[in-house]
Design a protein around this ligand. Structure first.
Ligand code: PA5
Length: 468
C-alpha cells in the first residue's frame, strides 16, 4: 500500500517568492520542532494522549467490534449514530470516504449492510424526518457520548428510548448500543442498568481524537469498512513520523509550516479536497484543528489568544464560490489540497458538439483528467497571486490511506499545540457553552444556578439594535 504524499513546494519562498516560507525560517525552528516532538512523545499513552496507543492496543476490541457489527448487519435495516462533535464527525468522514457516495440509496443486496444515519444535530425537524424514514423495530441505535451527559445526544437518546419501548416493549434493549466512558458520566450507568451492549471510549481519548476507537470503528465495521486496514494505516503513519528531525517526519515539518503561517498572520487553514469522498474529512479536520488549537492560555498560565481558523471547502465546487477571495482577498490563508491519484471510477467524456470547439475539446477526455486539471488550475492561480498552497496526495482512497491521513492530521495538531505551548486536548470554551445551555434549560445545580445568575448580568439589549 502506498504512503500518502505531502508536497509543500507552493508554501515555500524558493517556489512562491516573497510571500512563501523561507527554508532558513524552517531551519531556525528545527530545535523547537524537535522539542515539540519530544513533548508529544513524552505524553504518548498518558493523560489525554491515549489516542497514540489506538494503532497498537486494540486487537481484542477490533474482534469484538467486528463480531458485534456482523450481528447488526444480520438483524437490522438501519444503523443510527446518535452523537455530536467528536462522536459524529469521524464516523461521518470515514463513511463518506470509504463507502459508495450514495450508499443509503443503493439496493440492499449491493449494500450488504444497514443504511447508515449520523444524527449529530437537534434541529426539531431532523428527528421527525429520521422517524419518517426508519422503522425503529429494524433499526439499531448507537448512542455515542464520551461524557455521557451531552444534552444533544442524551435528548436524542430519550426520544429513541421512548419510541423503542412503545414499538418493542419486550426487547428494546437489543436495539441500542452505547459507546461511552467506562468510568465517567451517567450513560454507562444507564447502559448497565438497561443491559445494553456497550463499548468503551478510553479515558485518554478525547472526542476529536476518537475515530480510531469504537466511536468510529463500530459504524465503519457495520458498513463493511475494513477497520483493521484503517488502524493499520494509522500505525504506518505513526511509524513514519517516528523522528524529531523535521526532514524525516512529515507531520512535524507540516506543524512547523502551520506554526510559521500563524506567526505571519496567516490564520486561516483552508482544507480543499478534490474528491467528494474526502469532503467530510474537511469537517472532521475543522473540529480537530479549531478545538485543539484555539486557546487563550499557555501551559505555564500566560494569557494568549492562539489558533487558526479552519475552512471547509470542496474542489472543484468551491472554485465557483470562494476562490475569488482566496486569490485576491487578504493574505491570511494557506490552502491544503487533498488530491486523489486513482479514483474508484473512470468517467469518460463522450465526443460531441463538434462545431463548438470550446466544448468539443473535452470529448475523449475524462472527469478524472478534468478534476485534476482544475486542481492544477487553482494551484496555479494561487501561485500567480502569491498565495500559499500544499498538496496531500492519496494514491487511492482506501481504508489504509484514510487511516494514514487521519493520523497524520492528529500528529500535526499535537505537534502544533506543543509549539504553541498550549493544552491541545482540552476544550473549556465548549464546556462553557454546555453549562450555559443547561442553565438556560433550567437544570438545577450549584454550578448551573450560578451560571443562570451570571448570564442575567449581561447588559440590557437595546431596541434600537433590533430591526423588526
Ligand atoms: O472533541 C470533543 O471533546 C467534543 O467535541 C465532544 O466530542 C463533543 O462535545 C461531544 O461530547 P461527548 O462525546 O461527551 O458527548
Amino acid at each position: 500500500m502506498a504512503n500518502i504524499r505531502l508536497d509543500v513546494n507552493h508554501m515555500m519562498k524558493d517556489f512562491l517568492g516573497e510571500r512563501g516560507i523561507d527554508g532558513a525560517e524552517m531551519n531556525a525552528l528545527s530545535a523547537s520542532l524537535s522539542n515539540a516532538y519530544k513533548a508529544v512523545e513524552a505524553g504518548r499513552g498518558k493523560g489525554m494522549q491515549g489516542w497514540m496507543d489506538l494503532p497498537y492496543n486494540q486487537d481484542e476490541i477490533l474482534e469484538e467490534v467486528e463480531e458485534t457489527a456482523k450481528g447488526i448487519r444480520e438483524r437490522f435495516d438501519a444503523f443510527v449514530v446518535l452523537g455530536i462533535g467528536g462522536s459524529a464527525l469521524g464516523p461521518a468522514a470515514v463513511q463518506q470516504a470509504l463507502n459508495h457516495l450514495h450508499y443509503n440509496e443503493l439496493p440492499k443486496e449491493k449494500r450488504n449492510a444497514p443504511k447508515l444515519y449520523i444524527e449529530d444535530n437537534i434541529d426539531p425537524e431532523r428527528m421527525a424526518a429520521l422517524m419518517d424514514v426508519v422503522d425503529v423495530r429494524t433499526t439499531c441505535f448507537n448512542v455515542i457520548s464520551k461524557s455521557g451527559g451531552t444534552a444533544e445526544t442524551m435528548s436524542q437518546y430519550l426520544i429513541v428510548l421512548e419510541k423503542l419501548k412503545e414499538a418493542c416493549p419486550n426487547d428494546y434493549q437489543k436495539r441500542i448500543v452505547v459507546t461511552t466512558s467506562k468510568t465517567k458520566g451517567f450513560l454507562i450507568e444507564l447502559a448497565r442498568a438497561e443491559g445494553f451492549k456497550t463499548f468503551y471510549i478510553p479515558d485518554g481519548v478525547g472526542g476529536r481524537f476518537s475515530e480510531l476507537c469504537p466511536v468510529g470503528l463500530l459504524a465503519a465495521a457495520v458498513c463493511n469498512i475494513d477497520i483493521r486496514a484503517l488502524v493499520a494505516g494509522a500505525k504506518k503513519m505513526d511509524e513514519r513520523c517516528n523522528s524529531g528531525d523535521m526532514t524525516k517526519n512529515p507531520a512535524l515539518y507540516e506543524a512547523g509550516l502551520m506554526y510559521l503561517c500563524m506567526q505571519k498572520g496567516m490564520n486561516i487553514s483552508v482544507m480543499m479536497p478534490y474528491a467528494d469522498s474526502l469532503k467530510l474529512i474537511s469537517d472532521w479536520y475543522a473540529q480537530l484543528w479549531a478545538e485543539s488549537l484555539g486557546k487563550n492560555v499557555t501551559l505555564d498560565g500566560k494569557p494568549c489568544h492562539v489558533g487558526s481558523t479552519p475552512v471547509k471547502t470542496l474542489g472543484v465546487t468551491d472554485q465557483h464560490s470562494q476562490l475569488q477571495l482566496y486569490t485576491e482577498g487578504p493574505f491570511d490563508k494557506a490552502i491544503t489540497f487533498l488530491k486523489v491519484e486513482n479514483f474508484r471510477a473512470v468517467t469518460p467524456i463522450p465526443h460531441g458538439c463538434e462545431n463548438v470547439p470550446k466544448i468539443a475539446f473535452l470529448g475523449g477526455k475524462s472527469h478524472n483528467q478534468l478534476i485534476e486539471a482544475e486542481r492544477r488550475g487553482t494551484e496555479y492561480a494561487l501561485y500567480r497571486s502569491g498565495r500559499m498552497s500544499q498538496t496531500i496526495t492519496l494514491d487511492e482512497v482506501n481504508a489504509d490511506t484514510v487511516g494514514q491521513l487521519l493520523y497524520f492530521f492528529e500528529l500535526v495538531t499535537a505537534y502544533t499545540g506543543a509549539l504553541l505551548n498550549i493544552d491541545t486536548f482540552n476544550q473549556p470554551g465548549v464546556e462553557e457553552s454546555k453549562v450555559a445551555a443547561y442553565a438556560v434549560m433550567g437544570y438545577e445545580s450549584e454550578e448551573h444556578n450560578r451560571k443562570r445568575e451570571e448570564m442575567k448580568n449581561r447588559p440590557e439589549e437595546k431596541n434600537a439594535y433590533i430591526f423588526e
